[in-house]
Design a protein around this ligand. Structure first.
Ligand SMILES: [Zn+2]
Length: 483
């Protein structure tokens, strides 16, 4: 099976076949940096991060571009309110974006183009649309004339009449027709502006994504991601602009949209005042808990936020992390018993464990099916259950087959967690493993001699150096790194 995705343009799930073989161009609409990012943003960027990671895992070479809308009405209004410079305000929220999304382990895009750094290219595209007869200027404003674009509405599946009746349009006295939208806005006093053939002004919202996506990915590319709220007008207008300028269709082969984060069925949004910022969420929960919560529901479904759901995510993640830690320990022990190559190669040369293979295959099938993360996660839990079974077997009878299966199971779980963007806590040891083993043996010896003072002292020494000992019911001792 190969990857299949739901393409909003076609309203169906279809095979993902990139235009240029293994090379994939992915464009994701970025934030407008005028306020803190909230969980709705986190869901969007984590969703497309998992998509990108899975493409890379499947052997695709992805170029990921994500913009910053760093000049916009919202930034200007907010800066005026706060009596601040709009570009300083935007930069502050861009810095916060990186800080927060790095914590969430969202891979950085290959480029983060900003509107303010692409004004000359934007002017070129607006000129081209005027030349091609799709746009007109009036009193320093330039509008895209929707009627000239025969298939306008194909993404959001609405006619121009629907739009006008539904009043989903921005009014302006300079427009010829109510449905037309701004490509360039004449400067207003006190706003940032740039020189252009139509006088001083600034770009409309949609034109930047047409310009920046084609600059970095070409006039036609594979995948465009964003929240469902961007289907109209933003993505509809991107298509109209790009296809009218280049004459090439389709501008984007696969249009991909993630669902909203809801709070008691309402969309989480700044305008509704019901949002939790990423920063607030990270202050209360680990990045892994948050990521687990965000991908525990299929990306196209609404995701209802509540504290209980986060608590469940915390427990679920904790149990996977615990399984991985216990397997790491067991593999460490196997490696310490003379099989150094196990640790070095992160794999095992023994026979392939059919159970591990079956579960890994199940995971890829789930992900191939329109990135079904809830099902993929369920497979990880099966891998965890199998790991516990192997650990038990290993404790009773540490034969070569069990060791081999354990190593394979550990490698599979850690690799698949990485595909979903989880970074299991790598605890740095301040003490060599050999020395831990020596001290554990010394403590065993002390206990045999009933020198409990000495045994306790060794336990304390190890704890001070970040290692906790756990005495097992069967008399053996396990150790784990603590923070
Ligand atoms: Zn965009």
């Amino acid at each position: 099976m190969t990857l299949r995705v739901y393409n909003t343009l076609k309203r169906e799930v279809e095979a993902f076949v990139p235009i240029r073989g293994k090379k994939v161009g992915l464009y994701v609409c970025g934030i407008t940096p005028y306020d803190a990012s909230h969980l709705g943003h986190a869901r969007c960027y984590v969703t497309w991060d998992v998509f990108r990671r899975y493409l890379e895992f499947s052997g695709f070479d992805v170029t990921h571009i994500q913009n910053f809308t760093d000049v916009d009405d919202k930034i200007i209004h907010r800066a005026n309110e706060l009596k601040r410079n709009p570009s300083d305000l935007a930069q502050e929220y861009i810095d916060a974006y990186f800080e927060e999304f790095d914590q969430l382990n969202v891979k950085r895009a290959h480029q983060y183009p900003k509107v303010t750094a692409h004004i000359p290219e934007i002017i070129v595209l607006v000129k081209k649309l005027i030349q091609n007869g799709f746009a007109y200027e009036n009193k320093g404003d330039v509008f895209f004339e929707v009627k000239k674009c025969a298939d306008y509405g194909k993404l959001s599946r609405q006619s121009v009449d629907d739009l006008v009746k539904g009043k989903r349009i921005e009014p302006s006295e300079n427009k010829k027709n109510p449905e037309d939208f701004a490509l360039w806005k004449a400067a207003k006093p006190g706003e940032p502006s740039w020189e252009s053939p139509w006088g001083k002004g600034r770009p409309g919202w949609h034109i930047e994504c047409s310009v920046m996506s084609s600059k970095y990915l070409g006039e036609q590319f594979d995948a465009h991601g964003g929240g469902q709220d961007l289907i109209f007008p933003h993505h509809e207008n991107e298509i109209a602009q790009s296809e009218s300028a280049s004459g090439k269709k389709p501008f984007v082969k696969y249009w991909l949209h993630n669902g909203f984060v809801t709070v008691k069925q309402d969309k989480m949004a700044k305008s509704l005042g019901n949002f939790l910022t990423v920063r607030e969420a990270l202050a209360k929960h680990s990045p892994e808990t948050l990521r687990f919560f965000l991908i525990s529901t299929h990306y196209r479904q609404p995701l209802d936020f509540n504290e209980n759901a986060l608590l469940q995510a915390k427990q679920a993640w904790g149990s996977l992390e615990n399984a991985l830690e216990r397997m790491e320990e067991a593999v460490e022990e196997i490696a310490g018993n003379g099989k150094e190559e196990v640790k070095r190669k992160n794999s095992f040369s023994g026979a392939v464990d059919p159970k591990v293979e079956e579960l890994v295959l199940g995971f890829t099938r789930a992900m191939d099916d329109d990135v079904n993360t809830p099902l993929a996660i369920a497979l990880l839990f099966q891998l965890r259950d199998y790991a516990f079974k192997l650990l038990e077997q290993h404790a009773q009878n540490p034969d070569e087959d069990t060791k081999s299966s354990l190593v394979q199971c550990r490698t599979a779980l850690s690799r698949l967690l990485d595909v979903l963007g989880f970074k299991p806590v790598q605890k740095e040891l301040s003490i060599p493993v050999e020395e831990i083993r020596r001290l554990v043996e010394e403590r065993e010896e002390a206990r045999k001699q009933r020198d409990f003072g000495r045994a306790d002292k060794i336990r304390r020494q190890l704890r001070e150096r970040g290692v906790e000992l756990e005495d097992q019911k069967d008399g053996s001792v396990r150790w784990k790194a603590i923070q």
